[in-house]
Write a protein that binds this ligand. Sequence first.
Ligand SMILES: Cc1ncc(COP(=O)(O)O)c(C=O)c1O
Length: 471
Amino acid sequence: MAKYVELAEQIKDQIRNDVWEIGCKLPSLRKQTELSGFSLMTVMNAYQLLESQGWVVSHSRSGYVVAPKVPDSIAPAANHQNQLQISESIDINDFVFDILQASRKKSVTNFGFAYPDATLYPQNRVNKSLMKTAREMPTSHALDNLPPGNETLRKIIAKRYASQGITVNPDEIVITAGALEALNLSLQSVTQAGDWVVVESPAFYGALQALERLNLRALFVKTHPKDGIDLNALEQALSTHPVKACWLMTNFQNPLGFTLSDEKKKRLIELLSAHSVYLVEDDVYNELYYGNTKPLPAKAFDTKGMTLHCSSFSKSLVAGFRIGWVAAGKNALKIQKLQLMSTLSTSAPVQLTLANYLSTRHYENHLKQLRRKLEQRKFQTWQLLRSTMPKEVDVHYSTGGYFIWVALPTHINATELYRLALKEDISIAPGEMFATNQQFNHCFRLNASLEISEKVERALKRLSVLMTKLI
Ligand SMILES: Cc1ncc(COP(=O)(O)O)c(C=O)c1O
C-alpha cells in the first residue's frame, strides 16, 4: 500500500472513532508531518485523497476539516424499489410559483433564493460596460445580434471551453435568455410530447417545470448527495423505457451540491450514447468551484455530439441580464428555429454589454473573489447551523456553489417549516419543490451566499428554533 494511502486509512479510522469529529480541523500539514513521521508530500497526498473521497473538506482559512457523513435521512434508501420512479405527467409549476412569489418581499431574509447574494456581483464594472455600449451601439445592433447571438460573445464562450480542452465551434453556440431558455429549447429540440425523459431525484425544479410544459413523461433516477446519479438505476431506466433524453447536472447539483467524478461523467456518456439518448446538461454553477480547477462538464467526454451543454452568466456575473447559452452541436440550427418561434432573440444591448465586459480582464478577477467569498460564507453558515440546530437535523455540505441541503427527521414536513419561517420573514426552499413524490418533503435547500450579518445570524438561529419546535 502506498504511504499516503496508509496514512489516509489511519485518519479514516480516527474519524470513525471520533478522534476527529465532524466539523473539526485536522492537524495542519506540517503538524501532521511531525505527528505521523511521513513526509510533507505524503501528508498532502493523503489529505487530498481524503478530500476526493468526501472524508474531509478543504477550506482556505481552516485547512482540512472533517466533512459531515451523508446521514440516512439525506441519503436515498438503498433498496432497489426506490431506484427508479415513473411519472406519466408532472404538475409542480403552481406550487413552485407560489413559493417563489411569497418570498419576494424585500424584508425577507431569503435563504430560499436560487441566485447568489446580489452584492457579490460586480455591478459597477458591468454598469460601465453598459454605459459604454449605450454610447457606441451601432444602428445595426438588432440585426447583428439575432440568433445564434452576438458573435464576439459566442467566440468568448468558445474560448472558455477551449481553456478546458473542449473544442466548441462558436457557430454551435446559441445565446439564450438565461440557462433556463437554453435548457428548455434543448429539451424541446430532442423530444416530442409523451416521450420519456430521465431526470434526477431530487432535481432542480426548472427541469420538472420543463417536463410539465412539454407534456413529457419522467423517469426519476435515484441520486445520491455525494456520488450523484445512480448509474445502475439509469441503466435500468434506459433498458426498460424508450428514453429520448436525460436532463441532469454534473457539477454542484441543485439542490444536493455534489459534483460527479470525471470517471462517472465518462461512464454516464458511454451509457447514454450506447442507448442513443441525448444529454441535456445543466451546468450553471461550474464557475463556482472552491479548489484550483474548474470541473469538466460531461460534454468533455462526448465524442458523438449527443450533449447539449447549457450554462449562463446568471450565477457568476449578473442575474438580471438573463444571458445564457447552449453549446448545441448539430442541434444548434434546430434550437435557433425554436427560438424564432418563442422569444426571437435575447436583448441586443445586453449581449453587447456582456461581450464588452468579458473582453476585459475583470471577469477572472471577479470570479476569484466570488469563489473565495462564497466558500467563506458557506462554511460560516454551515458552522452556525451545526452549532444551533437540533441534533436530529442533518446538514449536507458540499465544496462548491452556495447551497446547503438540510434534512429534518423524516416525519417532519419542511413545507410546514417554510410556512412558519415565512411568517417571520425568513424563506427557505422546501424539498417538495425538487420532486413530484413525497420523498424529500422533510428536506430543504438553504442559500448560504448571504453575508453573516446580525440579521442573517438571527434568522438562522430563528430557523433552528422553529425546527426544534416542529421536532
Ligand atoms: C440548476 C439551475 N439551472 C438553471 C437555472 C436557470 O439559470 P438562469 O437564471 O441562467 O436561467 C437555475 C437558476 O436557479 C438553476 O439553479
